[in-house]
Write a protein that binds this ligand. Structure first.
Ligand code: DAT
Ligand code: MG
Length: 149
């Protein structure tokens, strides 16, 4: 089953949007398999955003993601990587569609509330970076037959 890495960024935590954000993935039908509330050190932040290290906003990105606690999560489901990106919305909250998390709660590209892996291979890399195997829970919700044919 496909898995993705999602993280509620420091702005989402500070703005008390943890419950609201998690609820959207739960009610959609995805399965939570890992979750931790944590501070991010500079080394982890730089590894996570390694692909952006040459970009002008890289310094701000690392500063921001290490500025307060975050929620790191792994979610499972058919097509969850791209479907979660749709629930999250476009990178810039100002152009993200209403109904998406960023479209509903964000107003600035540098404060866009949540991270989601952008491809299956990226998800595998990010899950391995943020979680140990034993921190992930393999389970099948009893509701599964009512969500999947
Ligand atoms: P996404 O988070 O939608 O995958 P991304 O991977 O292109 O977007 O960029 C990572 C984060 O970097 C993004 O969530 C916010 C920040 N960012 C991206 N483009 C930016 C820009 N032009 N100016 C400032 N911050 C930017
Ligand atoms: Mg990205």
């Amino acid at each position: 089953m496909e898995r993705t890495f999602l993280a509620i960024k420091p702005d989402g935590v500070q703005r008390k949007l943890i419950g609201e954000i998690i609820k959207r993935f739960e009610t959609k039908g995805f399965t939570l398999v890992g979750l931790k509330f944590m501070s991010v050190n500079r080394e982890l932040a730089e590894q996570h955003y390694d692909v952006h290290k040459e970009r002008p906003f890289f310094g701000n990105l690392v500063e921001f993601i290490t500025s307060g606690p975050i929620i790191a999560m792994v979610w499972e489901g058919d097509g969850v990587v791209s479907a979660a990106r749709k629930v999250i919305g476009a990178t810039n909250p100002l152009t993200a569609e209403p109904g998406t998390i960023r479209g509903d709660y964000g107003a600035n590209i540098g404060r866009n509330l949540i991270h989601g892996s952008d491809a299956i291979e990226t998800a595998q890399r990010e899950i391995a970076l943020w979680f140990k195997d034993e921190e992930l829970v393999n389970w099948q919700p009893t509701l599964t037959a009512w969500i999947y044919e």
